[in-house]
Design a protein around this ligand. Structure first.
Ligand code: UDP
Ligand code: MG
Length: 324
């Protein structure tokens, strides 16, 4: 395999139903670009026939195909990291295996890189997702943008291009639970966004449940910002200050004006206030827990993933190695 100019990284998890269609569109689209390329599929511990299908494809096009086989399911972003650790191209493009990101749009991303950008984020022209996903992701986007200063119009779009330097920096970051587009953004000198088409899933079903989406958004905020912790200390200070002031007012009121204590009693419901504050304290503990959990994952320094085998033309197939 000669050194390619372009590396395409594709995470694959239980995509047996759609892989044939992906191969049928991806390779012609890449051939049409007229640049040397390689495709790195990372099988994220699929429990269906995905790994076998990837092996067949590697046998068909060993010149431009490499396959990393994980031992187990480590998540889409770890799969991309494993790809980034192995890319040889000067430019790196990521896309989903389900054909929601049309491979024909890769040229659009590369054109933006030709214009001098080292980070190109795709923005889906029309989203083929359910209404609640669109509304929820819009709200989360706005919040995340304010908390982390990472500007991404469309955080759910994985059709993106990075310079080799950024991909290397991402791979070297050794973060445990991360979100590649946001992490990469922090290394970008000249980020830009371009509109790309978006299609419905070709086959199979989404691997993301509501729970996973909420988790992802927690990771996005706590992984890139300390603002939630800081807000909490601010809030704690404000509450104590207000409580102190209220205490002074109540006492002064009792001493001088109201033996019956009616006025303040009207507004003062200690039970409701207590519930409110207990709720906030528990939430605050949760926020701290998010950070503690991240620290815990990070200090354990376990391998983030383990690779069963790498299929590639050089050095022969079936090599064994430990995870990164
Ligand atoms: N994916 C993965 N590991 C996982 C979940 C998903 O590698 O644990 C891959 C999946 O095969 C697909 C991409 O990540 O290529 C995006 O997943 P999906 O299409 O299910 O997400 P959605 O488009 O619904 O956000
Ligand atoms: Mg998808």
């Amino acid at each position: 395999m000669t050194t390619p100019q372009l590396s395409v990284v594709i995470p694959v998890y239980n995509e047996e139903a759609g892989l044939a269609a992906l191969f049928a569109r991806l390779y012609p689209a890449l051939d049409a670009l007229g640049v040397g390329y390689e495709v790195i599929f990372v099988n994220d511990g699929s429990r269906d026939r995905s790994a076998a299908l990837l092996r067949e494809q590697w046998e068909r096009r060993p010149d431009v195909t490499r396959v990393v086989l994980f031992n187990a399911n480590y998540g889409q972003h770890m799969a991309i990291v494993a790809g980034f650790e192995r890319v040889r191209g000067e430019r790196v493009v990521t896309l989903d295996a389900d054909l929601q990101n049309p491979p024909e749009e890769i040229g659009t991303l590369l054109a933006a890189m030709d214009a001098g950008h080292d980070y190109v984020g795709g923005v889906r022209r029309t989203r083929e997702d359910s209404l609640w996903r669109r509304v929820a992701s819009k709200a989360m986007n706005r919040l995340r943008e304010r908390l982390t200063h990472i500007r991404m119009t469309d955080q759910g779009c994985m059709l993106r291009a990075y310079s080799r330097e950024i991909a290397t920096a991402v791979a070297a970051s050794r973060e445990v639970s991360t979100y590649i587009p946001a992490l990469a953004y922090t290394f970008a000198a000249s980020p830009v966004e371009v509109e790309v088409a978006h299609e419905e899933r070709a086959a199979g079903e989404s691997k993301y449940s509501l729970y996973k989406l909420i988790r992802l958004n927690f990771d996005l905020v706590t992984g890139f910002s300390l603002v939630p912790l800081q807000l909490f200390s601010m809030f704690g200070m404000v509450v104590s200050a207000v409580a102190l002031a209220a205490y002074v007012v109540v006492i002064v009121w009792r001493i001088f004006f109201a033996p019956g204590e009616l006025g303040i009693r009207l507004l003062w419901d200690r039970d409701i206030l207590a519930f409110f504050l207990v709720g906030l304290v528990v939430f605050g503990m949760g926020v701290i827990g998010e950070y503690v959990g991240r620290i815990y994952q990070q200090v354990r320094e376990r391998p983030r993933y383990t690779v069963r085998a790498v299929l590639e033309a050089k050095d022969g197939a079936g090599e064994r190695e430990q995870g990164g």
